[in-house]
Design a protein around this ligand. Structure first.
Ligand SMILES: [Zn+2]
Length: 192
């Protein structure tokens, strides 16, 4: 949902340009479903908010270009207002597939969380393998007969390997996070 921050708080932007053709929600359609509608200017109305027991018209409706902006002065969430009108945001916005009619290109390219997780995982694996290779090698290494400089260099390599391992662990945590998020998103999409 497109929520716009305004000096009065949050407003809901119903993007009418993205509703399936023939199904396009106009401000007139919306106003028809509201009680106590009064015109407050050329593209502005007030009405009783359907989301709360509203005696005075607390809902402001404004048509701004292709959008209808809703604002309840009693503080109702735009989502709640739309829901009270039996309107489903998922039908109104392109980031969910419209139930009928043409598809609109998504405004934002969705981040592929699973792909991000996979990339982190690969990076983690790369570091982990490098670290294990070095540490295994060092473990079998007989340090006798090394001079200080060589020993110093070896210590640095070992230290870097431990860093690699830490880094790998961190990357794996990130990968897990993204995988959980991806899963979450998928379940939400199915539930919707
Ligand atoms: Zn309200």
């Amino acid at each position: 949902m497109q929520v716009l921050q305004t000096p009065y708080g949050l407003e809901c932007g119903l993007d009418t340009s993205r509703i399936s053709q023939g199904e396009a929600m106009t401000s007139t359609d919306l106003l028809r479903q509201l009680d106590g509608v009064k015109a407050r200017g050329s593209d502005r109305w007030s009405a009783r908010c359907p989301a709360h027991a509203d005696k005075s018209p607390s809902l402001s409706i404004r048509e701004a270009g292709s959008r209808i902006l809703l604002h309840c002065f009693a503080g109702c969430e735009p989502e709640k207002i739309v829901r009270a009108l039996s309107l489903e945001l998922k039908d109104l916005f392109s980031d969910s597939p419209p139930s009928q009619g043409q598809r609109f290109p998504p405004k934002l390219q969705k981040l592929d969380l699973a792909a991000v997780a996979f990339r982190f995982e690969l990076a983690a694996l790369d570091r982990r393998l490098r670290a294990e290779r070095v540490l295994t090698g060092v473990g079998a290494f007989n340090g006798d007969g090394m001079n200080d400089e060589e020993r110093d260099r070896l210590m640095k390599v070992v230290a870097r390997s431990y860093e690699d391992r830490d880094r790998a662990e961190f990357l794996e945590t990130l990968a897990d996070d993204f995988r959980v998020k991806a899963l979450h998103e998928r379940t939400e999409r199915h539930a919707a």
